[in-house]
Design a protein around this ligand. Structure first.
Ligand code: AGP
Length: 578
């Protein structure tokens, strides 16, 4: 799971100002090491964020053709030598790769038998040596076609031969697209890498390759030449900056009233026809399955909750276990929920279930993403680009999309008050959250309990406490506590209860139980001693309010402990490997 970029241009461009700038827009995909190479054979790579690499690049360094990579290690530790680009022993072929070559050990052994030496522990070095060997007797295109036959796994690859202006690119499963500018072409893992330069994009499909020069491109698949026309992308023009905020996470929490308003407006105008079509699809389905991971799974649980309450058979299933825990046929409607639209666990299920012919609806933040393009219909959640690895505003907007669907299907929900309520929750509670965060910053465990709509929220808050604050947290159903987990509750352990009028009785009884065992109980609800919620929130508004307080709590705990909030250890924004 990495970000890759390749640029080839008529006129020389600045490596720092163009190549590294584009790479930085992909840093959310991985940030444990980075590197670049130019057609002149100049290259550098380093462990750490792109800033570390960038600080070493001569501002005067220019090239016409270059590739760059930001890494999230899968095969081979985080070391300088394992960072990309990789090259053959003569440094004539430079390559960047996103994905995993599953049969790399077998390919490596074959290449070693034929005299190839390996200096890294990566699977990518196998690709470069494989292509190098094939290109002794074949054209680059034929070498790639042969790679399609011999390699197993996932890959998006860009490479060039030293001294040439042509970039070669190909992919299977991992995302890759081409941005077309005047006298310049940009290959990248996603469209944001070139959003500042062009709206014209061509997406690669699996087993496609392209030969790209500054003024031209030609696509091929295994059957021959393809005539692929660019599509025009509509960009969100607003530059992505932290502004007055210390971290993107805080900025992204604070901009939720605007993001929510933008989505609500679009659900009633430009997206309203799709909402109607999707609600018809729900009515016509035998069962509805939500397919997602992480935070998107928590939003999916709420989707399943809403539809179940309306009388539909609906379940949320985590993508990596989807096939083991669900029944699927051509009367099934699958909601693929993924803010990035590039999560490999989700994509691979969509591929695997294709032969059952279910209908697929995508709920994504990134239009044109792979999940979007694999679906029959979609809702765009319009949260704007989310930079922090932790999902915050995209979670809220996914919930809003679900609430609108439920409303159209007959649930008495009004979305109108949501943006104002979010604003009120933030302004009334920011200081209160900071106070509690100080108290909880040194805790090793935190339990978060919910019931009905607040059960998925409890899981979501616990996930954020883990990924941002590095505190072991369990988010669970209040009623399930007494079936085992309560054994872990000892004097002084913090337990946060998510209480709304609709779940008060069950929640209070669970909280009394843990209090009896000495837990420190905190609540997010109307009678909370720690927080002040707007009066008379309905269940749906409450779910968003409680989430925002929980997200802020994990943020301020992490801030107290000087943790790398926007880029937590071992994580990446978009998990593009299985
Ligand atoms: C959220 O805070 C996490 N970083 C993670 O769980 C994320 O939600 C998950 O990887 C799914 O991502 P997606 O929505 O882009 O598919």
């Amino acid at each position: 799971m990495c970000g890759i970029v390749g640029i080839t241009a008529e006129k020389p461009f600045s490596v720092k100002g163009e190549l590294i700038l584009a790479l930085k827009k992909l840093e959310y995909r991985g940030y444990d090491s980075a590197g670049f190479a130019t057609t002149e054979g100049v290259y550098d790579k380093e462990v750490g964020s792109i800033d570390v690499l960038e600080s070493r690049i001569n501002p005067k360094l220019k090239t016409t053709t270059g590739i760059a990579h930001t890494r999230w290690a899968t095969h081979g530790g985080v070391t300088r030598v394992n960072a990309h680009p990789h090259f053959d022993s003569e440094k004539g072929l430079f390559i960047v790769h996103n994905g995993i070559i599953e049969n790399y050990a077998q390919l490596k052994a074959q290449l070693e038998e034929r005299g190839y030496k390996f200096i890294t522990k990566t699977d990518t070095e196998v690709i470069v040596n494989y292509l190098h060997e094939k290109m002794k007797t074949m054209s680059p295109r034929q070498a790639i076609l042969s790679f399609f036959k011999d390699a197993k796994g996932t890959y998006a690859v860009v490479f060039f031969r030293k001294g040439e202006k042509t970039l070669y690119a190909f992919k299977k499963d991992s995302p890759l697209c081409l941005g077309i500018c005047d006298g310049e072409m940009i290959l990248a893992s996603d469209i944001y890498a070139f959003s500042h330069k062009t709206t014209r994009t061509v997406f690669f499909e699996d087993y496609e390759l392209a030969e790209v020069t500054p003024n031209n491109y030609q696509f091929y698949n295994r059957s021959g030449k393809l005539d692929k026309k660019p599509v025009e992308i509509e960009w969100e023009r607003e530059p992505v900056m932290k502004r007055r905020f210390k971290h993107f996470m805080l900025k992204e929490i604070y901009e939720q009233p605007v993001a929510a308003q933008r989505l609500i407006r679009s659900l009633r105008t430009t997206q309203s026809h799709r909402v109607k079509q999707i609600s018809k699809m729900i009515k016509g389905a035998k069962r509805i399955l939500f397919l997602a991971c992480g935070t998107s799974y928590h939003a999916s649980l709420i989707g399943a909750y809403l539809l179940s309450r309306l009388g539909y058979e609906a379940h949320a299933v985590i993508a990596s276990e989807f096939e083991n825990f669900s029944v699927i046929d051509n009367k099934t409607l699958v909601f693929a929920v993924s803010q990035s639209g590039e999560t490999m666990d989700v994509i691979s299920v969509l591929k695997d279930i294709k032969h059952y012919k279910p209908k697929i609806v995508a709920i994504v933040n990134y239009p044109y993403s792979t999940v979007h393009r694999m679906a029959d219909n979609y809702i765009e959640i319009m949260a704007g680009q989310e930079i922090c690895v932790a999902a915050t505003k995209t979670f809220t907007n996914t919930l809003i999309a679900m609430y609108e669907l439920a409303r159209v299907l007959g649930n008495h929900i009004s979305l109108d008050r949501i943006p104002a309520k979010i604003k009120e929750v933030i302004s009334k509670n920011d200081l209160r959250v900071r106070k509690l965060a100080k108290k909880l910053s040194n805790n090793k465990d935190i339990f978060v309990l919910g019931h009905r709509i607040s059960y998925p929220i409890a899981r979501e808050v616990a996930l954020k406490l883990k990924e941002i604050s590095y505190i072991h947290a369990e988010g669970m159903m209040a009623g399930e506590l007494k079936h085992g987990t309560i054994a872990l509750v000892e004097p002084g352990v913090p337990v946060i209860g998510l209480i709304h009028e609709t779940n008060r009785e069950r929640m209070e009884s669970a909280l009394q139980e843990v209090e009896a065992h000495g837990a420190d109980v905190y609540t997010i609800g109307n009678s909370s001693k720690q927080f002040e919620l707007p009066k008379r929130l309905n269940e749906e508004e409450y779910s968003i309010a409680a989430t925002i307080i929980g997200h802020l709590l994990s943020y301020y705990i992490a801030r107290n402990n000087n943790l790398p909030i926007d880029k937590p250890r071992n994580l990446a924004k978009s998990v593009t490997v299985k």
